[in-house]
Design a protein around this ligand. Sequence first.
Ligand SMILES: [Zn+2]
Length: 232
Amino acid sequence: MKNASVFTPVNLAMRARANAARYPWADEIRQTILQQAEPFLRFSEDELWELMFGCTISRSWMVWSNGYCPACKGDVPMYNWQINALEHPWKVRCPHCQAFFPKNDFYAFYRSGLDEHGVFDPARADRALLYNLEHPSPEDPLHRFGVDDGEGYVEGDKRWRFIGAYLIYGQWKQLVLGGIKSLAAAYVVTGERDYAHRAGVLLDRVADLYPTFDFGTQGLVYEGRGRSGYVS
Ligand SMILES: [Zn+2]
């Protein structure tokens, strides 16, 4: 059992706290760290635990590497889709027309598919939830427009992996990794155990699921197989 910090020796943490109390420049750094951690204090512990996802949805570095926006048709190649997981969870945004994709409530669909271990199982998920929220009537020609079941929105031979890319840049890098880093840093500069505990909840859940990740067999880069890695 670990009972002291491995990454930050106690004397360095104490010095950082003393500096923040004494010097404006150090206090500024401390304030920035606390601001970055603040959003993660708004999650309940269960919500933090649930941020980590399983390996059962294909992850993709690109929505579509040489693609465009299905709404405005503007070019949105590579990493140009905007992702802000704290403000707009489970969505990516077109940098031209600001439209959000996918158009379905993916989180509702995701939750409907969680198994007893809290891992998404596509076979369990309720496909009746896969419709465009702005066009709820089944007779509406746009009823299925922009809808992603986790494996992309498909139009003929085109596929937009909105959720696959969101998982890497939003859910993983911004929420799970971002949360761990921000909370850990806030603990170092304050010594408040709540930050450390919350980082621990996230880390514990990552540890549960990390061994199931293999980017080489599960992930996609440029619409082809990934080579190696874990989550991304
Ligand atoms: Zn657009």
